[in-house]
Design a binder for this molecule. Structure first.
Ligand code: C2E
Ligand code: CA
Ligand code: CA
Length: 398
């Protein structure tokens, strides 16, 4: 696929201030942008943004407009099937601009930058010509083309499989559980990691199929492991988008029954940023999962900004500390402070703790000393396919 440079990218500019709109138009035309749309009406912008035939690559938007404000616009674009990169502009206080930027990032939008008026043309062009932008736009092109079509096929032909990473008890170092992590065995491209295809599945609204495939295979594998006399726990990952179907708890329960596994052996991991979406429905589903006896884990703890709020609202019984605060924490006082206070908090709330990203002996000693319950990391094992797991389990010292 040929590389797309700034001249070929479709850029949409929205600002109700005629002077700024004209100035931006002049800068961009001078830079050779040929697919430029300028509008002073946000509702028109929404129409262009949702076009499937001519997708927008970059949105340059004012924060303050009469018909819809920049924050609402951010919410709208975070739900688009194809992502756009965003440049925010504002005549307001710099702090408001910074807050808007972090809201957009929290919603996983690719924010290129935030500029205050009057627009400085070289600042804008520096942002628009960054090599990362070219790469991001390129990966979106791939997403909307071949790989997207192939993902549909991959789900049907079960090319997506769970790999398993063991979790050990911090005190005894015995294996107590497994996390199922998705891998795509592509017939030509080889092994595709989840950070490539999970976001794609989310964009294409295929994440439900992927998740169902994952938990069904993982529960079946767990059934086989239990039959060998090894009563391990299993954790599976759920995206926010999977928590909109009200029958999720019943479906999982049915699969567990099929394989004779009591619900207490299964934990659903959800990331803390997920509840920005439909809070009432997610709460309904998550609470019913707990009522049915399943575990609920807050994943990547510490990375989002609404952490405390979510701990209060949702009946989590496990807290997973993100690897970025675990590996090397002894040498980083910010990480160690976050790690320590997260573990303290969990203890007070009587919640089980898991540290991910334990890579060496130093990490292990540190999290143990801080009272963490369970450990997951390369020090013990990387995620591996079912066959490898079985031989790993049989060789692991009991
Ligand atoms: P996660 O849920 O935070 O999973 C932990 C990630 O950390 C895994 O990456 C694992 O391989 C990696 N990891 C574990 N121990 C270590 C360590 O000691 N050092 C380092 N550097 N990394 C370690 P992986 O398998 O590439 O998964 C990436 C992410 O993809 C997951 O992060 C999860 O958010 C997502 N994901 C994977 N499978 C699924 C799935 O079935 N559904 C959904 N919705 N998301 C999934
Ligand atoms: Ca996880
Ligand atoms: Ca993580």
């Amino acid at each position: 696929m040929p590389e797309k440079n700034l001249q070929d990218m479709r850029i949409l500019v929205v600002d109700d201030d005629a002077f700024t709109l004209k100035a931006l138009e002049r800068i961009l035309l001078k830079a050779g942008v040929s697919k430029l749309i300028c509008t002073d009406i946000s509702s028109h912008a929404l129409k262009f943004l949702s076009s499937r035939l001519e997708p927008v690559d970059i949105l340059i938007s004012d924060l303050n407009m009469p018909d819809i404000d920049g924050i609402e616009l951010i919410r709208y674009i975070s739900d688009l099937p194809r992502q756009v990169s965003l440049v925010l502009i504002s005549g307001e206080d710099k702090r408001i601009l910074a807050t808007a930027e972090s809201i957009a990032k929290e919603r996983a939008i690719d924010v290129l930058g935030a500029l205050t008026k009057p627009i400085n043309s070289s600042q804008l062009l520096t942002i628009l010509t960054s090599p990362e932008l070219t790469k991001t736009v390129q990966s979106r092109e791939v997403a909307s083309s071949d790989l997207a079509k192939e993902l549909r096929k991959a789900i049907k032909s079960r090319q997506i499989v769970p790999y398993y990473q063991p979790q050990v008890c911090a005190q005894t170092l015995k294996v107590v559980g497994l996390e199922a992590l998705a891998r795509w065995h592509h017939p030509e491209r080889g092994l595709i990691p989840p950070n490539v295809f999970i976001p794609l599945a989310e964009q294409l609204s295929l994440i439900n199929e992927v998740t169902e495939l994952m938990y069904q295979q993982a529960i079946a594998d767990l059934g086989a492991i239990h039959q060998q006399g090894c009563q391990l726990q299993l954790s599976v990952n759920f995206s926010a988008q999977c928590l909109v179907w009200l029958d999720v708890p019943e479906r999982i329960q049915q699969t567990l029954k099929q394989h004779n596994i009591p619900p207490k052996y299964l934990t659903i991991e959800v990331t803390e940023s997920l509840l920005n979406k439909d809070l009432a429905t997610s709460l309904d589903i998550l609470t019913r999962l707990r009522l049915k006896g399943l575990g609920l884990s807050i994943d990547d703890f510490g990375t989002g900004f609404s952490t405390m709020e979510q701990l209060k609202r949702i009946p989590f019984n496990e807290l997973k500390i993100d690897q970025s605060f675990v590996h090397g924490a002894t040498h980083n006082h910010v990480s160690s402070a976050i790690l320590e206070s997260s573990l303290n908090l969990a203890q007070k709330l009587d919640i089980t703790t898991v540290a991910e990203g334990v890579e060496d002996q130093e990490d292990l000693e540190f999290v143990k000393q801080l009272g963490c319950h369970r450990i997951q990391g390369y020090l013990f094992a990387k995620p591996m396919p079912m066959d490898d797991l079985c031989s790993w389990l049989s060789q692991y010292p009991r």
